[in-house]
Design a protein around this ligand. Structure first.
Ligand SMILES: C[S@@+](CC[C@H](N)C(=O)[O-])C[C@H]1O[C@@H](n2cnc3c(N)ncnc32)[C@H](O)[C@@H]1O
Length: 230
C-alpha cells in the first residue's frame, strides 16, 4: 500500500464512529471519533455501546472478519476487534459501518496494553484469530497465548470467561495447549487439531478470515482451542 493511501486511511478513520486508537506508545490516551480523547476503561457500555450487552474481543483481528461476522450473528452482544495495524482496522471498521453493525467497534493498540483499556471483568469472551506464531528462537513470549497474556486476559474477563483460539500453526497450537495447561487459573474445554475433518460442532467456527483462507488454499489444517479461566 502506498504511503499516500495509508495517510488517507489514517485521516479517514477519525470520521468513523466505531474506532479508537492508541498509536503513540509513550502515551496511553485513546483517540476516537473527531480525534477526541476517550476514557473507555470501564466505560465501553456507557460511552460507546449505550447498552449493557456482553462484550467479546477479537484479538489480532486484522481486517475484522470475525468481529463483523459475530456481530451480525449475535446482535444482542457487543464486539471489539483489536489490532495494531491501522489499515486493517480501517477496513474492518468500514465494513462494520457499511453493514450497519452498531454492535461492532475497533481498538487500535498493542495487545500488550489491553489492560489500559478494559476494566477488571469488563469483557465476557475473547477470540484470538490466526495470531503471529513468532517461531524464532527466544520469541515465544510474544505469542498471544504466552503466560503473561493469559494473566492479562484473566484480569479483564469476567470469572469463568472463555477464550477461543483459531490457528493454522502447529507450533503455536501445541505451545498454547501447554501454556494453558501450565497456567493454574485456566482449563482447556475443547481442543481440535483439524476442525474441518468432521462436521463443525460450533457454528461460530464457520467464519473464515483473510489468513484462514490463505492457509486453507495451501491445504493446511485449521486448529481450534477453547479454554476457560477459573
Ligand atoms: C497473521 S495476522 C491475522 C489477522 C486476522 N486475524 C486474520 O486471520 O486474517 C496477525 C495479526 O495480529 C496483529 N498483531 C500481532 N501481534 C500483535 C500485538 N501484540 N498487538 C496487536 N496486534 C498484533 C497483526 O497486526 C496482524 O494483523
Amino acid at each position: 500500500m502506498s504511503r499516500r493511501n495509508k495517510l488517507q486511511k489514517f485521516a479517514e478513520v477519525f470520521n468513523f464512529p466505531n474506532v479508537y486508537q492508541s498509536f503513540d506508545l509513550d502515551k496511553t490516551e485513546l483517540l476516537g471519533p473527531n480525534r477526541e480523547v476517550f476514557e473507555l476503561k470501564g466505560n465501553w457500555h456507557k460511552t460507546h455501546f449505550k447498552n449493557e450487552n456482553p462484550i467479546t474481543l477479537e484479538l489480532a483481528c486484522g481486517r475484522g472478519e470475525y468481529t463483523n461476522l459475530l456481530a451480525s450473528m449475535y446482535p444482542e452482544r457487543n464486539f471489539i476487534g483489536v489490532d495494531i495495524k491501522g489499515a486493517r482496522i480501517w477496513l474492518g471498521a468500514k465494513n462494520a459501518i457499511e453493514q450497519k453493525l452498531t454492535n461492532a467497534a475497533y481498538l487500535r493498540t498493542k495487545i500488550e496494553r489491553i489492560n489500559y483499556y478494559f476494566e477488571k471483568g469488563e469483557v465476557d469472551e475473547i477470540w484470538i484469530t490466526f495470531p503471529d506464531p513468532f517461531l524464532k528462537k527466544g520469541k515465544s513470549n510474544r505469542r498471544l497465548t504466552a503466560r503473561r497474556f493469559l494473566e492479562s486476559y484473566r484480569e479483564i474477563l469476567k470469572p469463568g470467561g472463555i477464550v477461543h483460539l483459531k490457528t493454522d500453526n502447529d507450533v503455536l497450537f501445541e505451545f498454547s495447549e501447554e501454556s494453558v495447561k501450565d497456567y493454574e487459573h485456566a482449563e482447556i474445554l475443547y481442543s481440535n487439531w483439524d476442525i474441518y475433518s468432521k462436521p463443525l460442532i460450533f457454528k461460530e467456527l464457520e467464519g473464515k478470515t483473510y489468513y484462514e483462507n490463505m492457509h486453507l488454499a495451501k491445504g493446511i489444517t485449521i486448529k481450534y482451542l477453547r479454554f476457560q479461566f477459573k
